[in-house]
Design a protein around this ligand. Structure first.
Ligand SMILES: NC(=O)C1=CN([C@@H]2O[C@H](COP(=O)(O)OP(=O)(O)OC[C@H]3O[C@@H](n4cnc5c(N)ncnc54)[C@H](OP(=O)(O)O)[C@@H]3O)[C@@H](O)[C@H]2O)C=CC1
Ligand SMILES: CC(C)(CO)C(=O)C(=O)O
Length: 331
């Protein structure tokens, strides 16, 4: 089995290193200093479960890799629409694409036979079908990442917690391709259950991201600080309650209460969310999949969701003011 990790950053390099350790042929596609460091020294993983170094093939040129069985997409969701040229050399007729993203995926209403919104495009994450054009729906395997990693320095991945990567087909089939990928991930020391109702997992993870990620960027607070500040905790609870309502209206049943979800987030401690880290690094924020699409689904399902709408407005403006469009001629 041959796997390419496109965008071998914090999550991608961690998964790639684990798969390689488990015996899978892995090719990491990366860039800049991180590419150079991994080429020279391999991927160094620092983890409470034990440090290790893996030496998969590392490149910035997918043509060197050729067709693979699985592409693990470790790019940020806001660069999916533009990854076509990097992806094309990796795709054979049956190559599957597994995206590590948080939030609502571009395939969300695909494979939902009998659902009133089956086939509906989520415009926020697939504007004008630009993502589906690159990431064909038939190739998509869903993945919910219950794991936290950061690139501590080029070539070095700090694994903070969690090893679960829940997998699932959009139509819920426990497919042969999911079972093969799951076995390879398990061989690499990860947990990789194949779920018949992956959308329930998407919402459980998203209840945390939809609230904590934008609020952390707006307030510059850690997870623990947001949980310990009474009014912010109450806002988090309201946003999570609205998200649960939208999930249920869209046909999912996330099996977790708001209080339990907040307590879980509190235990993460003084950790900066990925959105706050991106803001501090001057990178675009992953707003569309994490909150924009949830607001769109609120509209599609008729849920008012005022708190989500207000926070979405504020975080969109913050993204705009901190990452203004580059004027033509200044590139
Ligand atoms: N990290 C985490 O703990 C978790 C992350 N996720 C999700 O996983 C996804 C990835 O996040 P994360 O790993 O943290 O992000 P990273 O920014 O660490 O990883 C993305 C990587 O893709 C690289 N990249 C971007 N464009 C190209 C290109 N053209 N060619 C080669 N490499 C490229 C980036 O390089 P560069 O840095 O130079 O831009 C970076 O190394 C996100 O959707 C996130 O929501 C989900 C759960 C947990
Ligand atoms: C820390 C956490 C769990 C916040 O919801 C996260 O997933 C992120 O930073 O993106």
């Amino acid at each position: 089995m041959k796997v390419a990790v496109l965008g071998a950053g914090a999550i991608g390099a961690y998964v790639g290193a684990a798969l390689h350790r488990g015996g899978t042929e892995v090719h990491l596609i990366a860039r800049r200093a991180h590419l150079a460091a991994m080429r020279e020294h391999g991927v160094r993983v620092l983890s409470p479960r034990g440090d290790f170094t893996a030496h998969p093939h590392v490149t910035d040129d997918p043509a060197e890799v050729g067709e693979v069985d699985f592409v693990f997409l470790g790019l940020k969701a806001n660069s999916y629409a533009s990854c076509g040229p990097l992806l094309a050399p990796l795709l054979g007729p049956d190559t599957a694409v597994v995206a590590a993203q948080n939030g609502i995926p571009w395939w969300y209403f695909h494979g939902l036979e009998g659902h009133p919104l089956e086939g509906q495009r989520v415009e926020t994450v697939d504007p004008g079908g630009s993502v589906t054009a690159v990431l064909e729906l038939r190739r998509a395997i869903g993945c919910v990442v219950y794991c936290s990693t950061v690139v501590e320095e080029p070539g070095v991945i700090r694994h903070l917690e969690g090893t679960r990567f829940s997998l699932g087909e959009p139509d819920g089939e426990i497919s042969a391709r999911c079972k093969v990928l799951s076995a390879a991930m398990i061989a690499g020391g990860l947990k990789a259950p194949v779920e018949p109702r992956l959308r329930d997992d998407i919402w459980i993870k998203l209840m945390g991201n939809v609230a904590f990620n934008p609020l952390s960027a707006l307030t510059r607070a850690t997870m623990a600080q947001m949980c310990e500040h009474d009014d912010t905790r109450a806002l988090v609870a309201t946003m999570m309650t609205e998200t649960l309502e939208i999930a249920r209206a869209a046909g999912s049943e996330p099996g977790v209460s708001v209080e339990k979800r907040i307590d879980g987030a509190w235990r993460v401690g003084h950790h900066k969310t990925s959105m706050l880290q991106d803001l501090e690094a001057g990178k675009p924020l992953e707003i569309d999949a994490i909150i924009g699409a949830v607001v769109e689904l609120a509209g599609l399902t008729g849920v008012p969701a005022p708190a989500l709408r207000h926070v979405h407005a504020a975080i969109s403006l913050l993204d705009h003011t901190s990452n203004p469009p580059v004027p033509v001629g200044a590139r």
